[in-house]
Design a protein around this ligand. Structure first.
Ligand code: UGA
Length: 470
């Protein structure tokens, strides 16, 4: 097994010249067959994208229902554009799905590991059992030389441990290499981000492995996507650090929103002004209910845990603060709803607009919106929730809440309306029309997207986070 690593991290442009020998070898080789292990958000999108790039691809999952759905052209989650692309790729004959990992191991040359690494139930650490099962499963069933490419988000040090773990499992005589290639796709923009990534990071690759991955990613590289070759721990850490930075940026603006509330300032105007500084940038400076989802919260906690294990206490403390600020935003919105209803929501009608952790997804994992809705329900409120796409997943998570089928139905006779996910449908609502449906036109904009002047002019009592001046 090859364990050669490029030690010094280097960044090379898309059209960096390759050594002649490596080039001619690559040219001789046939297009690699690709397996994608794990067909959740990351894996399903990656499998479809690889097929779109012209490769033969086999998607693998232990969950038969997912495999069957995908094979029939049904994406088991909401992701704009993925359904159409999946249908197209199934039609092309290049893309298949199986629940049989040994079949994929014997068939493909490059195996992308895309399984989940959720937070453990009993600690902040990442649960690595799915990654371990996928990597060892593929390793033991390999029948020819192969490249195993980890894409899942893992704590630093995992890949080196996995290398040790698979060594005794691989059939003697086979050349098998394990590298890490983190994924940075955003839900709701997964197709675009996979086909046109803003960087490709590969950790721990030998020269032939790097060559092979450059062939796999030839299309985005030809568009100018930077290729960052790193060692294994750096590649693992790039991903976690990217999410940690985004989370920090959100908690930063939410902390400043708290100052704005005390000082009578408007955080949305402040964020726009900050954003004009290209060193800061406007993205991820939307103050409000804070971050949720299946990535940012669990990734900052896993980093906290791993940093403590490694004795990097400052990073752990920083992440702890980021997490605390974030969770406090949920408490703040709950308190605002109580205040709006005169100190108690008992038997008051609360309309919650939004259930997904962000717009353009039906993902309700660690959704701030649903957390707030459930907390108000617990305090005796009659909570009605509406989300354009996440109604069903939300109902499965919190079956005791009531779910409306439209904005109008949701706000009917409401004592207070909460905007908790910034879906366009909500932002486009006619304030005057909506006001007439409520018991009291009172709105809490927890995503900072509504114009207070317009809503107040339509008769609403309007509050937001960090918008004391607005
Ligand atoms: C995040 C990262 O953005 C991706 O780069 C990464 O690949 C992915 O995690 C992952 O690890 O798989 P995602 O979870 O889809 O992507 O969501 P984001 O778009 O990052 O949003 C996260 C949360 O932050 C949402 O709840 C959103 O409402 C919140 N947010 C975002 C704010 O509260 N304020 C902002 O200004 C921006």
């Amino acid at each position: 097994m090859s364990t050669q690593e490029s030690t010094a991290p280097t960044t090379t442009g898309a059209r960096a010249p390759r050594p002649r020998a490596a080039r001619s070898r690559a040219a001789r080789e046939k297009a690699p067959r690709i397996s994608v292990i794990g067909t959740g958000y990351l894996g399903a999108t990656h499998a479809v994208a690889m097929s779109t790039l012209g490769f033969e691809v086999m998607g693998v999952d232990t969950d038969r229902s997912k495999v069957d759905a995908l094979a029939l052209g049904k994406v088991p989650f909401y992701e704009p554009g993925l359904d159409e692309l999946l249908a197209e790729q199934l039609e092309s004959g290049r893309l298949t799905f199986t629940a049989d990992l040994s079949r994929a191991a014997g068939w493909a040359d490059v195996h992308f590991v895309c399984v989940g690494t959720p937070q453990r139930r009993t600690s902040h650490a990442a649960d690595l059992r799915y990654v371990e099962a996928a990597v060892s499963g593929v390793a033991q069933h390999l029948t020819h030389d192969a490249l195993i490419v980890g894409k899942s988000t893992v704590p630093v040090g995992t890949a080196a441990r996995l290398r040790g773990m698979i060594q005794p499992l691989v059939r003697p005589g086979l050349d098998v290499e394990l590298v890490w290639n983190p994924e940075f796709l955003r839900e709701g923009k997964a197709v675009h981000d996979t086909l046109h990534p803003d960087r490709i990071v590969v950790g721990g690759a030998s020269q032939p492995a790097e060559q092979l991955l450059r062939r796999v990613y030839a299309q985005p590289l030809s568009e100018g996507t930077p290729f960052v070759a790193a060692d294994l721990p750096t590649a693992e850490l790039v991903k976690v650090s990217a999410n940690a930075f985004l989370a920090t940026k959100i908690s930063f603006i939410n902390a400043i929103a708290g100052v704005c509330d005390k000082a009578g300032a408007d955080v949305t105007v402040l964020a726009d002004a900050l954003g004009h500084d290209t060193r800061i940038g406007r993205q991820f400076l939307d103050a409000g209910l804070g971050f949720g989802g299946g990535c940012l919260p669990k990734d900052i906690r896993a980093l906290m845990h791993r940093a403590r294990e490694l004795g990097a206490d400052r990073a752990a403390s920083l992440m702890q603060e980021v997490d605390e600020i974030n969770m406090a935003q949920r408490e703040r919105v709950i308190a605002m709803a109580l205040e709006a209803c005169g100190g108690s929501v008992l038997n008051r009608r609360v309309a919650v607009l939004g259930a997904a952790f962000k717009p353009r997804t039906d993902d309700v994992r660690d959704s701030p919106a649903l957390n707030v809705a459930a907390a108000l329900h617990l305090r005796g409120a009659q909570v009605s929730v509406y989300d354009p796409v996440a109604g069903d997943p939300a109902r499965r998570t919190y079956p005791t809440l009531a779910y409306a089928t439209s904005v109008d139905e949701c706000v009917e006779d409401a004592d207070v309306v909460l905007v908790l996910t910034e879906w366009d449908d909500f932002l486009r609502s006619d304030p005057a029309e909506l006001a007439s449906r409520t018991a009291t036109p009172r709105i809490i904009d927890a995503r900072g997207r509504l114009d207070p002047v317009t809503w107040r002019a339509a008769g609403w009592e309007f509050t937001g986070l960090g918008r004391a001046a607005a």
